[in-house]
Design a protein around this ligand. Structure first.
Ligand code: IPE
Ligand code: IPE
Ligand code: MG
Length: 245
């Protein structure tokens, strides 16, 4: 096994629990989504401070289109508001933004906002924030197959590495640590391909309440894991591999 610093290179988060957070405060669900954006911005910067290179967040799933129209419309509008309010701050702090998901399902205005967020941060190198919006793990696999076929890849040429290059993350490393807040213990069609060997951490914390302590708790849990990738080896937690203790 390669050595590891105990800090994951790539963290992925299912930001779940916004609706329940609002409900507990006797507020409409959308207040939870709004608070969730503030938590996201703080989390990106906290991840960058810890040397995490990639953060992928699940913001809107392929299945979330089935929610009530008002909630879906609010979430679409929230992207525009978030870009307006936070893009400059994230850009100035070295964050590169990539949007992944089915852009064909978005309005032209939203597509433009996504393009703008990506192009205006493309030069940044401190951390890459991958925002999975209108994203589903199954969608990603299907779009990768289609792209490979369009590119003329022959069936006998298609292997895992080749298909992987057509997936939304391109050459980025797979997530090392996948966190889900909100108490549910499921993947909900997130990174079905890329999470093959991610370490999973589930937290009861509702997403708007997620903070640096929760992040550090998840990183500590990750550092204590023994990643074997199917191999047989002595059980040495990630953190001990790093220090050689
Ligand atoms: C996650 O929070 C955000 C989105 C799915 C857009 P939820 O809206 O699922 O909140 P809960 O799970 O109902 O509390
Ligand atoms: C997963 O949460 C999607 C996002 C956080 C964007 P959901 O709330 O949609 O997942 P389920 O319905 O509980 O599985
Ligand atoms: Mg939910």
């Amino acid at each position: 096994m390669t050595s590891d610093t105990g800090i994951p290179r790539h963290v992925a988060i299912v930001m779940d629990g916004n609706g329940r957070w609002a409900k507990r405060r006797y507020l409409p669900r959308v207040f939870g989504h709004k608070a969730g954006v503030d938590t996201l911005v703080k989390t990106v910067l906290a991840c960058a401070d810890r040397g995490i290179e990639h953060l992928t967040v699940f913001a809107f799933s392929s299945e979330n289109w089935k929610r009530p129209t008002e909630e879906v419309s609010f979430l679409m509008g929230l992207v525009l508001v978030a870009v307006e309010k936070y893009l400059a701050r994230l850009a100035s702090r070295g964050v590169r933004i990539r949007m992944i998901g089915d852009r064909n399902q978005l309005t032209e205005r939203l597509r433009q906002a996504c393009d703008h967020a990506e192009s205006s941060t493309a030069h940044n190198t401190r951390i890459t924030l991958w925002v999975a919006f209108a994203y589903g793990g199954r969608w990603d696999i299907v779009q990768a197959c289609r792209a490979a076929m369009r590119a003329g890849v022959k069936p006998e040429e298609l292997d895992e590495a080749t298909l992987g290059r057509y997936m939304s993350f391109g050459d980025a490393p797979d997530p090392d640590l996948l966190i889900r807040t909100g108490g549910e213990v499921r993947i909900s069609n997130f990174l079905l391909w890329q999470a093959a060997y991610s370490e999973l951490v589930f937290s009861d914390c509702l997403w708007p309440d997620f903070d640096e302590d929760e992040l550090d708790k998840a990183i500590r849990a990750y550092a204590d894991r023994d990643r074997r990738f199917g191999l047989v080896k002595a059980t040495v937690p990630v953190a001990e591999q790093a220090t050689g203790t």
